[in-house]
Write a protein that binds this ligand. Structure first.
Ligand code: TXA
Ligand code: MG
Length: 337
């Protein structure tokens, strides 16, 4: 199969619609990362996503809908805080988990009685969803465990010859996946950190918890149990106060004939100017936008990628740090499987 990358042009969405109606999988731009979409009402189409990604069968998918799509037949009611959150943050990088009515394919939620719904804000995603007029199940458009894609080229690198079409909307402005929020309880609870932060949610809903899975417990957001976002080269990771050890690691690798490279925030890059570095930037938003592109650049340019933890921890950085820890294989509260 030939894989075509198409950007805004006559008939591009109608082509995507035709593939979706035939049960094919189409990749599309969103403001967070690119998605690998299929008709959420079709068992065969949804199973194709799992097969293409090599995704474990117990890791549920998010359903994407157009902003005017009526989600009430898909969900079994919503608490008042969820309606307020939808008004405040959608369309945007917030996925909301509701009790499911079971109307979409049973393979979407992998046996859970809940359904994750997202209304992406990117014009490409909105136009695509409007044109198909269906709920679209879509994980990030990367092979399972690999780094999520933030350009059409990244999707192509993982799925060339496997999918017919990639809807190119340019580089993703957000850069890390949406915040996943459980809206089934009395207060909302974050299952996956993202660009809509705990503080932002609490300012609308009055309160917001962050789910911390206990050791041995099946995580409520099953995707968080897996090693994820990993570059395909050796990695090492150091805390912000371990710069000397990081430099020693770099120098030792170089003596052993390796090509090491640092991945760190701008200020640290400046202090390491005589070494190979990839610059994450200086703010949470910039680091979110650059992280996945730099992890993919790093795996091509280096044999050992050395991450240094940024100093800033609050707000958007909670999501960035979660992804960095998982990319570099640092334990992050869940057992790796
Ligand atoms: O930004 C995003 O959310 C991107 C773009 C493409 O929209 N999508 C994305 O999908 O990141 P994926 O499949 O890579 O991650 C989905 C996450 C997983 O951690 C999964 O376990 C969780 O959402 N999830 C899906 N359905 C769930 C449910 N019913 N209950 C709890 N967690 C759920
Ligand atoms: Mg993913």
């Amino acid at each position: 199969m030939e894989t075509q990358i198409v950007s805004r042009s006559r008939g591009w969405l109608e082509r995507a619609k035709k593939y979706i109606e035939e049960g094919e999988v189409v990749a599309f731009h969103t403001e967070t990362v690119y998605g690998l979409g299929a008709n959420a009402l079709s068992d065969e189409a949804v199973l194709k996503i799992f097969e293409l990604k090599g995704r474990p069968a117990d890791n549920p998918l998010i359903v994407h809908v157009h902003r005017d799509y009526d989600i009430s037949p898909l969900i079994d009611g919503e608490p008042p805080y969820a309606a307020a959150l939808r008004r405040a943050f959608l369309p945007g990088p917030l996925t909301m988990v509701y009790p499911s009515t079971g109307k979409v394919s049973k393979y979407v939620s992998c046996g859970l009685d809940t359904l994750a719904i997202r209304v992406p804000s990117s014009p490409t995603a909105q136009e695509f969803l409007k044109c198909v007029d269906l709920p679209i199940a879509a994980p990030s458009a990367n092979l399972s465990k690999h780094v999520s894609p933030v350009t059409a080229r990244h999707v192509f690198d993982d799925f060339n010859g496997k999918i017919p079409l990639i809807l190119d909307g340019g580089a993703c402005s957000g850069g890390i996946e949406s915040t996943v929020l459980d809206c089934t309880g009395n207060i909302p609870q974050i299952l996956r950190q993202g660009l809509v932060t705990q503080e932002m949610i609490a300012s609308v809903a009055g309160d917001c918890g962050v789910y911390q899975p206990q050791r041995g417990e099946r995580p409520r957001s099953p995707g968080m149990a897996y090693k994820h976002y990993s570059p395909r080269c050796r990695t090492a990771f150091f805390r912000e106060n371990e710069l000397e050890a990081a430099v020693a690691c770099y120098e030792e690798a170089e003596r052993a004939g390796e090509t090491p490279c640092f991945l760190c925030e701008s200020e640290v890059c400046a202090a390491l100017s005589s070494f190979r570095t990839l610059d994450l930037g200086g703010t949470g938003e910039t680091m979110a936008r650059r992280l996945y592109d730099l992890l993919r650049k790093g795996e091509r340019a280096a044999t050992l990628l050395i991450g240094v933890e940024p100093r800033e921890k609050g707000g958007v950085m909670a999501g960035v740090l979660n992804r960095m820890h998982r990319a570099f294989g640092v334990e992050h509260g869940t057992e790796e499987t």
